[in-house]
Design a protein around this ligand. Structure first.
Ligand code: AMP
Ligand code: MG
Length: 290
């Protein structure tokens, strides 16, 4: 029974299902309401599908952490979350990332750059936030803001954007060389669903804290953002640092898919346990004697 269940689990790959194909793409090519490679029925069994991943996810994260303890060259994982307001970056962190030991998580949220950050190259704050060996880094927004909001709000000249695409590709190749596995997720929420979620926040006093009047100004630039994201998915989608488009209109699928992407990428690292650097038999005898 357990065996056949396991076999079934490896029959599908969410990474394959969500990876952006090479070549020119548009955000509009991807359905925000889809649920690719979901092995269950739907919303009702999503909690069970999440729970089914938890033990292995937890075990693999612990292996990663153990490997990193005394090996600076051990693998690292970096989950990057991009998406418009209400796409669910926070929800993914709570529900998917929240499944693993917080001691192994290194979370950074990138906001409007501070005066100090602005005085540096845009990758400066990104480099500072890279996960240490054995850690799973989480970026809530990333250097992609520097070719998204920065482009839409014309904070740099337009000629600068393609130059940054090249720079970002080179930077991410460098990270891959250092043993950092990137999982770049674009949480793809539809225009209609975003409206629903913003209204929901406004109707519920307990959600007012989540609402930011500025979100509507961003929403009014929707087509500019779609153009900017389409270019990012086209030009910064490399073999070693591919993009995944995660349909985000259904929260249960979005959370499950990101957890599953973490699981699949951790599996691919094929992590063992570090060997003891002490005499195990001798230590047993010592403890026994106490
Ligand atoms: P939130 O994620 O909702 O807390 O909002 C963070 C805000 O910071 C968003 O409005 C982003 O567009 C903005 N932001 C993040 N990075 C940058 C950047 N490099 N340049 C300008 N604005 C940024
Ligand atoms: Mg916000």
């Amino acid at each position: 029974m357990a065996k056949s269940k396991k076999k079934k689990d490896t029959e599908f790959s969410v990474a394959d299902a969500l990876r952006v194909p090479a070549g020119p793409v548009r955000v509009e090519d991807f359905d925000p309401g889809a649920a690719p490679a979901y092995p269950g029925e739907g919303k009702d069994d999503a909690p069970a599908q999440m729970a089914a991943m938890a033990p292995e996810l937890s075990d693999l994260q612990e292996r990663l952490y153990a490997a990193g303890r005394d090996n600076p060259d051990s693998p690292r994982l970096l989950l990057m979350l991009q998406g418009l307001d209400t796409s669910g970056k926070g929800g993914v962190i709570r529900h998917a990332v929240g499944m693993v030991d917080p001691q192994g998580i290194d979370l950074t949220a990138f906001k409007v750059p501070t005066a100090e950050e602005r005085a540096h190259h845009y990758l400066w704050r990104i480099r500072k936030a890279l996960p240490a060996p054995g850690m799973i880094g989480i970026f809530d927004r990333s250097h992609y803001e520097d070719v998204l909001v920065v482009r839409v709000d014309e904070l740099v000249s337009m000629e600068e954007i393609p130059r940054r695409f090249d720079e970002i590709n080179a930077f991410e190749a460098e990270l891959a060389d250092q043993g950092i596995t990137l999982i770049k997720c674009f949480l793809n929420v539809s225009h209609e669903e975003q409206k629903e979620r913003l209204l929901e926040r406004l109707r519920d006093p307990e959600k007012h804290w989540k609402y930011n009047p500025g979100d509507v100004d961003v929403r009014m630039k929707w087509t500019d953002y779609m153009d900017a994201y389409s270019d990012v998915l086209t030009h910064c989608n490399t073999e070693r640092a591919p993009w995944f488009v995660v349909p985000a209109d259904r929260k249960w699928y979005r959370n499950w898919a990101v957890a599953r992407l973490m699981l699949e990428h951790l599996r691919a690292l094929d992590l063992g346990w570090p060997a003891a650097d002490f005499d195990v038999t001798g230590e047993i005898a010592r403890v026994d004697a106490t």
